[in-house]
Design a protein around this ligand. Structure first.
Ligand code: SER
Length: 387
């Protein structure tokens, strides 16, 4: 009988990993002339760790019907998208198959809505332990500092967005996970074509956020070709949601404007009136994420896809809002950092490859977005009056 954590099992684990990688690498690369496979592996695959999967690993499984579903871990779960994504995936895969994680304490309603655990992506062993103990098969990695806040703290953004991502990448490759990482319109820069921006073009972003996302795109794709990692990535536009606030992004104005319009009837915008950026309502974003994760491997001609739903400027959004909130007033107090960032980003996103390869189709255009957001903010009376 194998002793968990014993030398034999450690050796066995290493050999399994090496064996699997050998097959994968063998598919993509010629054997090195020296025949030394170990030198072809990422450094951390050579590390040892006690085997942590219990002999009877079924105790985490809530019910038999949920047993064949993916076991999902979401990092950065208390950001703008994590809670909504967890709820969305739980409807599909069962509550106990989707684990939300963060380094912060969750609010009561989040803690009660399904499994929540502490996970620090800067701590490789912590991450690996979580993946092993919970038999994770899908990792959706949402920990990141956004564009404006990243410029205010470059070293933290570098640590979280780049070093943390390396941990995620290695754990995913080591445990054969399907890995989703959101990228962004921020992965492009002033030398990219901006109207429209295709999937493949010059990417020279001028923010640490953008640089870290290009890094993630390239590393994920590299691991796919080199080690067979099932890496999938969508470049999100600005995401607009009612239940949760973004933190420190350049597109945040398009979320805050609804809150302020309903509460105060006015909004002060940090971007110039004509600043056009690609955007998407959160329901479309969550569905796109699930769809690309479920797409058959042979349908994917790329590992990283642009996705979008609409494109608008603050003045166009304000015009649409005025149809429902006639007293609404918008003023402009331009933030130089955010404006410079927005001026270097795509105005329109070309997502034709996503539409062609795996059938991406958005549901929400600007009018539906505005109606839905106003309704979510409890302004049904105003919307009803305007209609
Ligand atoms: N919403 C992000 C930001 O503004 C862009 O993806 O930073």
């Amino acid at each position: 009988m194998r002793r968990p954590g014993g030398l034999a099992s450690i050796f066995e684990e290493k050999m399994t990993v090496v064996g699997t990688l050998r097959q994968v690498v063998g598919r993509t690369l010629q054997s090195p002339a020296c025949g030394c496979w170990m030198s072809a592996l990422p450094v951390r695959f050579l590390g040892t760790s006690p085997r942590q999967i219990p002999e009877d690993a079924s105790f985490h499984c809530a019910s038999f019907s949920e047993a064949d579903q993916p076991r999902v871990l979401i990092t950065g779960g208390l950001g703008q998208l994590g809670v909504g994504l967890a709820n969305f995936l739980r409807k599909r895969f069962g509550k106990d198959n989707v684990i939300l994680s963060d380094i912060r304490k969750p609010p009561d309603h989040v803690f009660r809505s399904g499994p929540f655990i502490y996970s620090d992506i800067l701590d490789y062993k912590n991450l690996r332990e979580i993946v092993v103990n919970n038999r994770i098969t899908w990792l959706l990695h949402y920990s990141a500092l956004l564009s404006a806040v990243g410029e205010a703290n470059v070293s933290l953004a570098r640590a979280v967005n780049i070093t943390g991502f390396h941990n995620v990448l290695d754990v995913a490759a080591e445990h054969n996970l399907r890995l989703f990482v959101p990228s962004t319109i921020g992965a492009f820069g002033p030398t990219s074509p901006r109207n429209p921006t295709p999937d493949l073009c010059v990417q020279r972003p001028r923010t640490i956020y953008g640089v870290s996302k290009v890094h993630a795109e390239l590393m994920g794709e590299y691991y796919y070709y080199r080690y067979g990692l099932d890496f999938r990535c969508l470049r999100y536009p600005g995401i607009i949601s009612a239940d949760s606030q973004p933190g420190g992004g350049t597109t945040d104005y398009a979320v805050q404007i609804f809150h302020d319009a309903v509460k105060n009837g006015k909004f002060e915008c940090s971007l110039k009136p004509s600043t056009r950026l690609p955007m998407m309502y959160i329901d479309d974003c969550l569905r796109a994420t699930l769809e690309v994760m479920e797409a058959p491997a042979e349908a994917l001609s790329l590992r990283t896809y642009n996705v979008t739903a609409m494109s608008f400027s603050p003045e166009e959004l304000a015009q649409e809002l005025l149809k429902h909130v006639p007293e609404f007033q918008i003023t402009y107090n331009v933030d130089a950092v955010r404006q410079a960032i927005a001026d270097s980003w795509p105005m329109n996103f070309d997502d034709s490859n996503a539409r062609k390869d795996w059938g991406w189709k958005h549901d929400f255009d600007l009018p539906e977005l505005v109606t839905t957001m106003l309704n979510s903010h409890g302004s049904d009376t105003r919307v009803a009056q305007a209609n």
